[in-house]
Every structure is written in structure tokens, then in C-alpha cells.
Design a protein around this ligand. Structure first.
Ligand code: 5GP
Ligand code: ZN
Length: 113
């Protein structure tokens, strides 16, 4: 399987990793949309939010715990931030490996769509 985020998680391609544990890795987006733009991904290949099940959802819970810690480390916890996961065609998901965008460090647009 040819998956860029699996390759990043396996250190087969370089990235700016900001946090890592046994289940997940967080790294800076190649094309940042804000001063802080970090992608948090499970190390296990899960293709999108559609594939979250009772067997793997503990990783999603862990991702949100880690997002909280990263926000603190990046000094955006008090000012605020946004977490986005694009899913499928209409959601404009370009990388088919579940990921959560952590975006902040500036006043974000009020528009979500
Ligand atoms: P999506 O559109 O699937 O929600 O977001 C994919 C994100 O992955 C984009 O923001 C894009 O800039 C980022 N991205 C794609 N390829 C790479 C890569 O090789 N390295 C890093 N660090 N980010 C990537
Ligand atoms: Zn993958």
C-alpha cells in the first residue's frame, strides 16, 4: 500500500515531528495554513473517519488528549485553535489516512465551509 502518512509514521520519509508515542505521530503540515498547522495521525493505517470503530476508537480518544498537550506546547491553548478532519470526496480529503489538522496561532476565519 502506498500511503504517505504511513511512510511518515515509519520514518521512511522525513517530516517535522512534534510528538510521538506508540499509537500516533504529530508533525508539521508541509503547506501550513496558519502559524501553527500540525497533523495528528494514528500510526495504524485507518483510511478516514468512516473507518473508526469500537476496536480502534481508543486511538481517536488518545489523539484528542495529545492535541490538548500539543496546543499547550505550541502556546495556542489559551488563544484558541481549530481541529479539522476532512472525510471523503465532499470533505476534500486528499490523503487517505485518518488525520486531524490542528490549526492556530492566528484569528481563524468564521467560515467552516
Ligand atoms: P487533507 O486535505 O487530506 O485533509 O490534508 C492533507 C494534508 O497533508 C494537507 O494539508 C497537506 O499539506 C499535507 N501533506 C501532504 N503531503 C504531506 C507530506 O508529505 N508531508 C507533510 N508534512 N504534510 C503533507
Ligand atoms: Zn496510511
Amino acid at each position: 500500500m502506498d500511503c504517505i502518512f504511513c511512510a511518515i509514521a515509519n520514518k521512511e520519509i522525513p517530516s517535522q515531528i512534534v510528538f510521538e508515542n506508540d499509537n500516533l505521530v504529530a508533525f508539521r503540515d508541509l503547506n501550513p495554513q496558519a502559524p501553527v498547522h500540525i497533523l495528528v495521525v494514528p500510526k495504524m493505517h485507518i483510511s478516514s473517519m468512516n473507518e473508526i470503530t469500537s476496536e480502534n476508537s481508543h486511538i481517536t480518544a488518545e489523539i484528542f488528549e495529545v492535541i490538548n498537550k500539543i496546543a499547550e506546547k505550541e502556546n495556542i491553548k489559551d488563544s484558541g485553535y481549530r481541529v479539522i478532519s476532512n472525510c471523503g470526496e465532499d470533505g476534500c480529503q486528499s490523503v487517505k489516512h485518518l488525520h486531524f489538522h490542528l490549526i492556530g496561532g492566528k484569528k481563524l476565519s468564521e467560515t467552516l465551509s
